[in-house]
Each structure stands twice: as C-alpha cells, then as structure tokens.
Design a protein around this ligand. Sequence first.
Ligand code: NAD
Length: 295
Amino acid sequence: MMPNVTGHTELVGLMAYPIRHTQSPTTHNLAYDKNGDDVIQLAFEVDNDSLKDAVQSIRALKMLGSNISMPNKTVVHKYLDEVDEAAKLCGAINTVVNMRDENGQVTGKLKGYNTDGMGYWQGLKEEGIDFKGMKMVLIGTGGAATAIAVRGALDGIAEIEIFNIKDKFYSRGEEIVDLINKNTNCKATMNDLADHDLLKEKMHAADLFCDATGVGMHPLEDLSNIPDTSFFKKDLIVTDTVYAPRETVMMKQAKEAGCEKVYNGMSMMLFQALIAIKLYTGKDTPVDYMKEKLG
Ligand code: NAD
C-alpha cells in the first residue's frame, strides 16, 4: 500500500536501536489509514547518544509525537516536560506526545506515557474481564512486568504476588513492590520463583495469572516457569505476554488443566499501539478491523 503523503501529512516517530525489525509502523499506518488521518509513522535509528537531539526534533518538526523503545525507554524522561504517573512509577516511557492547545495545534510541550501496561489491561477489558479487586500472580520484574504491575495497582488490582528468579532483575522487583505499596491501595509482595510450594499456593488463591518473562519465546520456547498442570485451577484467568509463538508451553499447560480463559500477548501488543494512536490523534481505531488485518 502506497501512503498518500502530501504537504499536509503529519509525522509520528519511533525512536529505538536496533529498530529495523519492528512491526510498529505496519500497525500504526494501517490504523491512521483506516481512521482517515493524514498521519504516518516512520522508524528512526536513535540510541541514547542521539536521543536528546531526536526528542528536540519532535518540537522543531512539529511532529505529533514518537513511540520510544529500547534503549531509550528509561532515559527519555530527561528531555520531556511532563511524565504520566504510571510511567513515572515504572521508570519507563514508550510514548511521547506533543501536547495540543485548545485549537488542536501541537505546542512543543512533550508528555511521556507508558502504554504497555495500559495495553495489557485494556486487552482483558475487551474480553469482558472486570479485574478490579482481583488477586494476581505475576512472574517477571522486567519492563513488561513492571508496566503491568504498576498500571494494575493504579487501576484497582487488590493484591499482586510477584515472583522472579534471583537474577539481576530481582532487586528491581523489590523496588517495584515498595513503590506500589507506598503509592497505591494494592498490596504487593516479592517472592522467589524457586519456591514452588509458595507459587502453587498463591496461584490457587489468585484470580489472574500473568507470565511476563522471556520464557516461552525463542530461545526459551520449549520451557515454562510452571512445573506442572497442578499449579492451575480451572477458573484462573491465564495470560502470557509472549505473542510469538501464539501458544506457549505455559498456555498449553493451563488449557490441559481445564482453564478456559487463556490469552497470549497479542492483545497487549495491539492495545499498547491503539492507546498511543489515540493519544496522538484523539481517535479510537476499530479493534476488529486491526485484528483481522494483523492476524
Ligand atoms: P526484560 O528483559 O525487561 O525482562 C525479562 C524478565 O524475564 C525478567 O523478569 C527476567 O528475570 C525474566 N527471565 C529471563 N530469563 C528467565 C528464565 N530463564 N527463567 C525465568 N525468568 C527469566 O524483558 P521485557 O521487555 O519485560 O519482556 C518480557 C516478555 O514480555 C518477553 O517475552 C517479551 O516478548 C514480552 N513483551 C510483550 C509485549 C506485548 O506487547 N505483548 C510487550 C513487551 C514485552
């Protein structure tokens, strides 16, 4: 499809390195086209060294904003005017919006958001799941897990039991738990993933389970963090942030245990993009259309 680029076309960026493998412009440009917006997204190879100038170019070129990916998510806040509460707690930003004035013109005032966490929870809402007051078990303390935990805690999850292996991410988990307990009404606890008895006990007491680690995707596609099917109870809502493969070993275990609500990371990926698009243009994108086109 040839985009109809004119002198009026407005630009959304994507700043990351490496970035040439990204699917983001496909998703964004499909949505802008469907919504009738004269906007395109382009990917730019930007690392920490060129980030300050690249962010300044959002102002100089009157861009609508830019998506931000690694290695810039935890650094970009330094160059912005404002940061959304959840993004501040996560310590990571994936969307920079050039704020508009009352006439809809971009102002050069840049605000950072984290739509990864919003995307995960929006995906559950779209499945008709009301997660307020739920107890959650979350495996992982990296970027995806942090965004999910923080947004969930702000949006009404009652308890989060976080588990992680004792690697370099474990202390980050302790910090997140502390931040959540100090800043939200959610009660968060950090646990060692090696404690399988505790994991099983907490999974049996939970309403919602999420694996937000790289386990289940290449090169760990043959592995699961869950030792066997007895860890799952039938009414547990089971989610994985992995979207390639579409069904992880963990998801297969959950289905074998009789769980009926089992979801991969596709909806998180789609909704983090659609929420960013709404922040840039103010428009809702038809979800079914996007699902059909993106497969
Ligand atoms: P990250 O590198 O920030 O964090 C990795 C996490 O995985 C850490 O908690 C780490 O301790 C854990 N981990 C790594 N190896 C492990 C192992 N062998 N056993 C147990 N735990 C292990 O990565 P991230 O950006 O948070 O991504 C995590 C997962 O989420 C990936 O699978 C990624 O594809 C997925 N993700 C999905 C979306 C989406 O939109 N669906 C968005 C972001 C990330």
